[in-house]
Design a protein around this ligand. Structure first.
Ligand SMILES: [Zn+2]
Length: 239
């Protein structure tokens, strides 16, 4: 093999290894990112990704009926499409955090775009650490470094509502309830038609179990350590 080609193959292999490491350690284990909260406290955080959307008013109505507040990880294109809902969400006591300038996996963004991705936030001047939830939880080898440089905390989740699967609301609510417990961070989406009904049943079930629903920053989430990281790895690849 000619030397320049050998060098290129070596470079690609090194990038591939770093990308694999980012996927395993960054996304699947979530090491060092914010995960769930204290399991001894009877608190659960609800988070909605991908909004705002034409579904936002329905979600707001269900949340208001149950008297709970949540965290919305919004994207720049969705904010541009439904700007009228941002102030409504905040007025109702919900929290806005960042889900990116593009809804794209980190590995599909060149470094300069990922920098813009991580830096974007719908409310850059709000108090407290600003959170960034990468689309699909996807990490590139640079994600954590860029987040640190931008002053963002990467926030993941531990309980999926699976509202993108096409299953029925009560099935999804039952499965989500079975997986949730004290300290859980539940991931739902602002968009799917099933989510408002799923949310309604989920909130009733959580209350029955004596779990208080709070926005993510009030949980508050902990940094994911080695032990928790290993558990997440098992959940991600083990089943
Ligand atoms: Zn998303």
């Amino acid at each position: 093999m000619p030397r320049p080609l050998r060098r290129l193959v070596g470079l690609l292999a090194a990038w591939g290894a770093a990308a694999l490491l980012a996927e395993v350690v960054g996304r699947a284990a979530g090491l060092g990112a914010l995960g769930g909260g204290d399991s001894a406290r009877r608190r659960v955080a609800l988070t909605f990704d991908d909004g705002p959307s034409e579904r936002t008013p329905q979600l707001l109505a269900v949340l208001a009926r149950h008297g709970v507040r949540a965290t919305f990880f919004v994207t720049a294109p969705a904010c541009a499409a439904f700007p009228q809902y941002l102030a409504v969400l905040e007025a109702a006591g919900h929290r806005l955090e960042a889900h990116g300038r593009w809804h794209r996996h980190a590995l599909l963004l060149p470094p300069w775009q990922e920098w813009a991705q991580v830096r974007w936030h719908p409310r850059p001047r709000q108090p407290g650490p600003l959170l960034y939830r990468p689309p699909y939880g996807g990490h590139s080898p640079l994600t954590r470094l860029l987040a640190w440089l931008a002053g963002r905390r990467v926030a993941l989740w531990d309980t999926e509502g699976r509202d993108w699967t096409g299953a029925e609301a009560s099935t999804l609510a039952r499965q989500t309830l079975a997986r949730a417990g004290g300290g859980s961070v539940v991931l739902l989406h602002d968009g799917p038609a099933v989510t408002p009904a799923l949310l309604d049943e989920l909130l009733a079930g959580l209350r029955e179990r004596g779990l208080e629903v709070v926005p993510l920053h009030e949980l508050p989430p902990h940094r994911i350590g080695w032990r928790e990281g290993l558990r997440r790895l098992q959940g991600s690849y083990g089943k």
